[in-house]
Design a protein around this ligand. Structure first.
Ligand code: NAD
Length: 483
């Protein structure tokens, strides 16, 4: 693929900038694109365009907004193969995965919000005591700043874009500097779908520069952010003086709680996916596996076998399960945790440092590592408390319900958990006690967009979903009329 030059998309036009930064193909280590190194100036231009477009777009009938967003979805759907290739190049994930999951889910996000807005009603109440009628009006907030990460580039971006624009806001979005090409190409789709200029503007660049310029811009009253917990802390401080409306979807350290009555065939198959899909670079991946003592040995043996057989390699190869990690720095960070395991005296059963990689020539400089399984690790180890965000999983035994709930809840994160048992009352009992935003019982990553999604504790503030996202991107005004 030839070198691409990404441009900012502002007011319906592709605009060049003075400075560019390199974007790497994680599977080869080669620079494959240049992206704008935008700052306050470019963000300022984009915010102005979005502000000017706001009057027209917020007054555009909902049916018309819905038609345009549906057209974006339709066009994207006809280009799934192309976008899957791009996303794989950008992020390192297998092409088959982008084709089966990321891009179809992005299409679904757009269609879902384009239709649910049509059935979103206002509220009313008659007060007989005061002889008055109250009703509500939902209004868009203004220019929304959308900041998204690299791990599911198009899926997470559209999960914000769709509700933001369908409710009548205009947008300045900053996708991750590491996966900007896919988002850049999406701008062609906006144009082809007839989206009016200025409704969606993309400014590409670094978080500390372009991202921060969005967060601190006085004409951006609302910011939806998905990314790391440490970044979010900085973002909250920057946004606080301006009293902005914030939604934060952050990191996790997700437990799988596996009881001895679990259907082990299904559990192992799914837990392999929940640990290693997308190189373990999904915020919802499981990284702490608590397995009940009486099946612990059997589970470890079978899980280790399954993990050892996963194919690591060229993302274009249909047999590849684990592609490349996002960057050289991230690979070094993830491998650093395996080193910590070794120096702490834990057992690295398979994966990094146990078996050499077997990569095709063109991938030799890529950022690959084998799915890694670790045992003999203590709950207070950094491996069990910090988000690793890579293909590394720890397995530890437990004995009782009470004990495993306490240990699963012992970290600062609270994004999601998986629970494996055939005992229905135990399933409901433990689901209630786990301090997380989502519990998946006997499954993983099954997403109903009607349901609220988000984290507890340091995994985030707010919820996304049909009702929640429409609420977040609107302000509800009460009108009280005396009869
Ligand atoms: P990150 O926090 O480094 O970056 C996320 C985005 O924020 C990027 O676009 C980045 O450029 C921007 N950014 C960085 N510094 C900024 C600043 N000071 N001001 C404004 N924007 C700034 O995260 P990442 O490495 O891209 O993504 C991985 C993290 O995202 C993991 O922690 C993962 O768990 C989390 N994540 C959470 C969810 C969820 O739904 N809870 C989903 C996906 C990823």
């Amino acid at each position: 693929m030839r070198m691409l030059c990404v441009q900012n998309f502002i007011n319906g036009e592709f605009l060049s900038t003075d400075n560019y930064i390199d974007s790497y193909n994680p599977a080869t280590g080669d620079v494959w694109a240049q992206i704008p190194d935008s700052g306050r100036e470019e963000v300022g231009t984009a915010v102005l365009a979005a502000k000017q477009a706001f009057t027209g777009w917020s007054q555009t009938p909902v049916e018309e907004r819905s038609k345009i967003v549906n057209r974006i979805a339709d066009i994207l759907e006809t280009r799934i193969d192309e976008f899957a290739e791009l996303e794989s190049h950008d992020q390192g994930k297998p092409v088959w995965l982008a084709k089966a999951m990321d891009i179809p889910r992005a299409v679904h996000n757009l269609r879902f919000f384009a239709s649910c807005i049509l059935y979103d009603l206002n509220r009313s109440n008659v007060m007989d005591s005061a002889d008055a009628v109250n009703y509500t009006i939902k209004q868009p907030v203004g220019v929304a700043g959308l900041i998204s990460p690299w791990n599911l580039p198009l899926y997470l971006l559209t999960f914000k874009l769709a509700p933001a624009v369908i409710t009548g806001n205009t947008v300045v979005a900053k996708p991750s500097e590491m996966t900007s090409v896919t988002a850049f190409k999406l701008c062609e789709v906006f144009k082809a779908a007839g989206l009016p200029p200025g409704v969606i503007n993309f400014v590409f660049g670094l978080g500390s520069k372009a991202g921060e310029a969005i967060v601190t811009h006085p004409d951006v009253p609302i910011v939806s952010f998905t990314g790391g917990t440490v970044t979010a802390e900085r973002l909250r401080r920057a946004a606080a003086p301006l009293c902005k409306k914030l939604s934060l979807e952050l990191g996790g350290k997700n437990p799988a709680v596996i009881f001895s009555d679990a259907d082990l065939d299904k559990c192992i198959l799914t837990t392999i996916r929940s640990s290693f899909l997308n190189q373990g670079e999904i915020c919802l991946c499981t990284s702490r596996l608590y397995v009940q003592q009486d099946i612990y040995q059997e589970f470890v043996a079978r899980f280790f076998q399954a993990a050892s057989e996963l194919v690591v390699g060229d993302p274009k190869d249909v047999n590849t399960f684990t592609g490349a990690l996002i960057s050289k720095e991230h690979l070094a960070k993830v491998k650093g945790y395996v080193e910590i395991a070794r120096s702490d005296g834990a057992t690295v059963l398979c994966g990094d440092g146990v078996k050499e990689l077997d990569l095709p020539e063109k991938c030799r400089n890529g950022y690959f590592m084998r799915p890694t399984v670790i045992t003999n690790v203590t709950d207070d180890s950094r491996l069990m408390t910090e988000e690793i965000f890579g293909p590394v999983v720890c397995i530890v035994p437990f004995e009782t319900e009470e004990e495993v709930v306490r240990r699963a809840n012992s970290v600062k994160y609270g994004l999601c958990a998986t629970l494996w048992t055939q005992n229905l009352s135990r399933m409901h009992r433990i689901a209630q006690k786990l301090q997380v935003g989502t519990v998946w019982a006997n499954c993983w990553l099954v997403r109903d967009l009607n349901m609220p999604f988000g984290g507890t504790k340091e995994s985030g503030i707010g919820r996304e979903g049909a009702k929640e996202s429409l609420e977040f991107f609107t302000e509800e005004k009460t009108v009280c009329v005396k009869l």
